[in-house]
Ligand binder design. Structure first.
Ligand code: S3P
Length: 187
């Protein structure tokens, strides 16, 4: 197990690396990178946001608007728990999923958890023309991202591996993710 830009460290436990989970802030590239890595590993790609929408029968902005964030988080927790017995999946999680320690702990029982990292400025650049994220529909989205990242950063950093996505094409990030997973699976 290796943290990028850090020392090689031994596996923290003897987890079976049945799956690969991507965590990180909105706009860090979890879905795009996850899809590519899944193709390359011949794994199935799942996106927890998509699974939540399927369960709720409505898109995320509507869940937030009609039922509130707490209802969304409850569905998110159910969906993440339901993945614990799966194998061969690349799991892209929503940016807030691992803020619930139960979700983080659940993912860590069966998956290598990789965080895709980017600065607030880059995340703002990547998300500013998208409209499907209720939490970023603010007057000052960059300020919101900075505040949220301050709170979430220390949690994201508890991932097994952190990959900086700044200034690197997504195919390179995907190659790095795949490499880390293959290394961890062979130890
Ligand atoms: C959220 C991130 C979103 C989605 C929801 C809440 C968050 O997922 O789960 O809008 O709390 O950061 P992405 O990270 O895929 O945009």
């Amino acid at each position: 197990m290796r943290r990028q830009f850090a020392h090689a460290v031994p596996m923290p436990d003897q987890r079976a690396m049945a799956n690969l989970a991507l965590v990180g802030f909105m706009g860090c590239g979890k879905s795009t990178v996850g899809r590519q890595v899944a193709r390359e590993l011949r794994f199935e790609f799942v996106d927890t946001d998509q699974l939540i929408e399927d369960r709720a029968g409505m898109p995320i902005p509507e869940i937030f608007a009609n039922e509130g964030e707490a209802a969304f988080r409850a569905l998110e927790k159910e969906v993440i728990a339901s993945l614990a017995n799966e194998t061969g999946r690349v799991i892209a999680t929503g940016g807030g999923a691992v803020m619930n320690p139960d979700n983080f702990a659940s993912l860590k029982t069966h998956a290598l958890v990789i965080c895709l990292w980017a600065s607030a400025e880059t995340l703002h650049e990547r998300t500013r023309h998208q409209s499907h994220r209720p939490l970023l529909k603010q007057e000052d989205p960059l300020g919101t991202i900075r505040e949220m990242l301050k709170e979430r950063g220390p949690v994201y950093k508890k991932a097994d591996v952190i990959i900086n996505t700044e200034l690197r094409p997504q195919r390179e990030v995907a190659a790095q993710v795949r490499h880390q997973f293959q290394e961890s699976s062979s130890t």
